[in-house]
Design a protein around this ligand. Structure first.
Ligand code: 5GP
Length: 192
């Protein structure tokens, strides 16, 4: 997606440890006009897929999912919780996720009320790195008897294995930008 690639080149910052900082438009300050374009692009990529719900993970995925939902007929958005909360139902589907950015494993949880038999769920997230967050959400969808209709990622870090792992598993994955680095350590976009 050309607009996204331009935005990453103009406003993104590459940090140590393979981290791309895009907090001026994607996951801290939010550029709403830009997120609308992301939502439209997800709809274009998944136009032939039946979806009745979008799932994401707190916190960065929520804004992306909510804006995208408007292009999928305002389907409900459910987000996996990372933090313990007294408000969360006792009956939850959970899964262990190793966090790339935090360097530790934590549990993600979704109330059993919000994943149901026959659900056709589009999973969306800001980044795909090792794939753990996405695999955790896929696990939760399956535990609830739902089907993963697709996975939409804004930025896939193609130098980490998550993307290829999901493709090998047969997941209907669309990443709007796939980043990599050339031999001079310049940020490049993978097209294949
Ligand atoms: P994974 O579970 O695929 O290893 O990592 C995906 C999750 O880690 C995403 O939910 C995202 O929030 C976070 N993440 C992974 N890599 C980066 C990165 O380079 N920059 C930022 N901002 N977040 C990342």
């Amino acid at each position: 997606m050309e607009l996204l690639e331009k935005k990453i080149l103009n406003d993104g910052k590459v940090c140590d440890g393979g981290i791309l900082k895009v907090d001026s438009f994607l996951n801290h300050q939010l550029d709403i006009a830009f997120l609308n374009e992301i939502g439209k692009e997800f709809k274009r990529r998944f136009s032939d897929v039946e979806i009745n719900k979008i799932m994401t993970i707190e916190a960065s995925g929520i804004a992306i999912a909510c804006i995208a939902s408007q292009y999928f007929g305002n389907v409900p958005v459910v987000f996996a919780k990372k933090t313990e909360s007294k408000n969360l139902d006792k009956d939850v589907y959970d899964s262990d996720v190793f966090s790339f950015t935090k360097g530790k494993t934590y549990k993600i949880k979704v109330s059993e009320r919000y994943v149901n038999e026959g659900d056709k769920i589009l999973i969306v997230d800001d980044f795909l790195a090792n794939g753990f967050a996405t695999l955790g959400m896929i696990d939760i969808v399956k535990k609830g008897g739902g089907e993963v209709a697709g996975v939409g990622i804004v930025i896939e870090k193609s130098y980490q294995p998550g993307g290829n792992l999901l493709r090998e598993l047969g997941v209907n994955l669309h990443s709007l930008a796939r980043i990599d680095f050339d031999e001079d350590n310049n940020l490049i976009f993978k097209k294949d």
